[in-house]
Structure formats: structure tokens, C-alpha cells
Write a protein that binds this ligand. Sequence first.
Ligand SMILES: Nc1ncnc2c1ncn2[C@@H]1O[C@H](COP(=O)(O)OP(=O)(O)O)[C@@H](O)[C@H]1O
Ligand SMILES: [Mg+2]
Length: 279
Amino acid sequence: MTVAHPGEGPIVPPAARKPEKIIVEGLTVDFGSHRILDAISLSVESGEFLALVGPSGCGKSTLLRVVAGLLKPSRGRVSIDEAEVQGPSPSRNLVFQDHALYPWRTVSKNIALGLEILGVPPKESRARVERLLALIGLEAFRNHYPHQLSGGMRQRAALARVLAVDPDVLLLDEPFGSLDAMTRLVLQKELLRLWNHSAKTVILVTHDVDEALYLADRIAIMSHLPARIRAVIEVTDPRPRDRASLMNLKRTVLDLLGVEREVRADQPASPERPYFLSL
Ligand SMILES: Nc1ncnc2c1ncn2[C@@H]1O[C@H](COP(=O)(O)OP(=O)(O)O)[C@@H](O)[C@H]1O
Ligand SMILES: [Mg+2]
């Protein structure tokens, strides 16, 4: 394990690192007079799996929306493959916590949505959808509508819809946040398998420290508002990881998040303190 605090230099010698895919430089976001993100700098290597954890309401989704090109920063910039992000693109797709499938479309038609928008010919689109249905184990449900599926199945379909357009950057905003514990564990494994086979660069926002430890190469820990990156932790344990053996590292992450302190302070979340951690 390595804990690096911003400004302390590279975590591993530069020679061991891959090219940087996503570079966030001095990113500041203000909503009115409220500063949400405060000069955040962060980079993600090509093919890396980065988890972003932080107190609830600290700006994780905001940061992801800027990387996705859905929100313009007040200051600073995000570049992907050395080009500044100016707007949304199918090459870096965002998956939200609430799957956002269209209720009037079947699973197949939902997965095909991005391909339709891109004008992929129907024959190729059908073939890609079939491959994805097999990959996520929903072949038997291709003609079902979202309301006929379990939460886990819906989330799988949402992931497949994003994978259909073959983005090289996957931005996941608490994708398993609304699922029960068992389904969450299964989908974490599946995500790992997909990532292993695809060499995609992933940023996963999660409030679940165990999920971050199980999946990520590095964990960036954000502070309360106005948010900065408090620390970046490298998880070097080989995959598949033994969840039980990650307990020491978990303690470090929780310390950095200030959870112990907050719990002892016994101050529940409130509109004034929306950043109270909901772990
Ligand atoms: N469009 C917006 N306008 C004004 N305030 C916003 C907007 N989006 C988010 N916020 C505020 O920014 C803060 C960070 O929100 P968010 O990025 O959703 O946090 P997180 O994902 O870490 O829970 C919150 O206090 C939220 O109320
Ligand atoms: Mg959020």
C-alpha cells in the first residue's frame, strides 16, 4: 500500500506508469457563490481503475460530470488523450446510480440506443447487442421491459448500454448504490471481469470503501466542501482480491475520510452539513 498526499510527487517511478489518459488540472466548480470543487488536480493512467470516495455531497458527481463534458468548470480543465474536454462524447460514457433505462423499450432496444444514435447499421447493431446480452447474462430477458427485471438486471442492462458504444473511458457514478448487498458483490465481480477484458479506463464514484478496495488500482479520497483531493491510495493487492485481507487498508481510508472523528462528534447529516458520511 502507498499513500500519497497531493504535492508529494509520483507514487511509483515514472517509468512504471502508463501514459496518462485523463488529466484534471486545477479544476474549480462554483455553483453561485458556493465553491464545490477547489482546484482539483488528478490524473488517471490509460487502462487504470480509479475509485473516487468522499463524504456525501462533496462534489463527486460534479467532478464526474465535468469529466463527462456535461458541465463546464468555473476554472481549470480536463483533458483526455491530451485534448481538452469540450462536451459530451460516446467515448466517455456515464452510468448513473439509477439505471435510467427507458421503460418503454425492451432490454435489447435499451442496449441498442447509443448505437442507433451513432447510426450503426441495424445488422451490426443487432450483433453487438447479442454479444453484450451474452456477456451480462441477460439473453433470456432480451424482450423484457425494465419493470420486469430485478434491480441487478436493470443495472447490468444499463452497463451494457454504455459498453455497446465501446467507450474507452467508463465513468460510473455509484452504479451499484441502490442494490442489495449480495447483488452488489456479484456485479462488482462482473465489472472486474469486463474491465479485465477491455483495457478501459474507469473512474468509479462510490461511497462504499469496500467496493473501492476490492476494485480499484488507486483510491482518490476527497475532502469536505469545498472539495480537494485529500490523498490518493494505491491498492497493490493482486486481483481477485480477498475482501477480508483488505481491512488494514480500509482503516487507513476511513481515517483519511475522517469517519471516526465524525462519528464521535455525533453530528448527524443536515442540510447545513450535507457532507456527513453515509457509509
Ligand atoms: N446544478 C447544481 N446547482 C447548484 N448546486 C449543485 C448543483 N449540483 C450539485 N450541487 C451541489 O453541489 C454539491 C456537490 O454535489 P454532488 O456533486 O452531487 O455531490 P456527491 O456526488 O459527492 O454527493 C452539493 O452540495 C449539491 O447540493
Ligand atoms: Mg453523487
